[in-house]
Design a protein around this ligand. Sequence first.
Ligand code: ADE
Ligand code: ZN
Length: 360
Amino acid sequence: MLASHHCHIEPRVTSNSNLKNFFSKLPKAELHLHLEGMLAPNRVADLARKYNVPLDPGEIHRRFDSRGFAQFLELYKWATSFLREPEDYARLAEDAAGGLRSEGVAYAEVTLSVGVMLLRKQDVRANFHAIREVFTRSHAAGQGPRVQYVFDAVRQFGPEPALEVIERAAELRSEGVAAFGLGGDELSVPLADFQPVYLQARKEKLRLLVHAGETGGSQQIRDAIDLLGAERIGHGIAAIRDPNLMMLLRERKIPLEICPTSNLRTKALNIQLNAADPNIQDHPLPKLYRAGVPVSLSTDDPAMFHTNLTGEYFQAHQMGLAVEELLRINRAAFEQSFLADNERRTFLAAVDKYLFQSER
Ligand code: ADE
Ligand code: ZN
């Protein structure tokens, strides 16, 4: 529920640099964020050195300049191949906590590619505890966001490994693992094959997420909802091609986690708009939002897409969304989050306090 009595607040934002400053300090929630996608090029260089993998800076730069979805998945696979032990993940979490704090992210649902950890025969529990320790400590010290975790399986690996991801998630639910998700290549294995997987996740009282309608069509989103019971959709921009689905998302209050820069970089936008060279201003976010589809704004893989959450709000403003609309979207992210109601209220009160202060 959006508290309508806040909506008169229109802060004095008169220039782009004021706008960026205003949004960077606004307490924000980020719901679609892969920890591994926060691995910066210089950290890949550090890890390559640690593991005696010869790497020239040109290669790192070239790979981090990926365009298109296949190239992006290749980058993701390659970059994560340098994350080999819990301390590597801890270091990454340090960078992530600091980065999120510096751009005003008060709350994050951080996705861990547990499917990838399992493929590499890593100790998921040990990795998780290393990551969690960092985020918990930095949050307690006022140096990082409050975090809950999403354990992600990889679509192209199929249902069997996904069940193992759920086992790990279920063991760690009391330690902040709130949800199970499915990422990777949505054109690989059909969602119907994951029905038993999502039944199991539901039985374990995990919240249910699915990447769908990013590079795939709107039927992927329908399947995520009808076959798997998805509570939020990762990306979901294919909905713009399916007005009936947009109505369904609105009526059933199923939010889309929108990641504009990611969509541009992976060329998901080219696919969904059937356009050769789309601009960020062509992104369907304003249309989805104004049609009443619940949305939030996220970065997906900020290091790999060279973005941050403040940048995404700025991009959304470039798409024509007014400051007031962007503020509603930020509130909606907290509303759509897997926070308990008492904590949600505390965060929303902090948002109100910031807006009140910036009024004067
Ligand atoms: N894993 C990390 N980012 C992803 C994305 N944008 N789509 C699918 N899987 C992902
Ligand atoms: Zn993602």
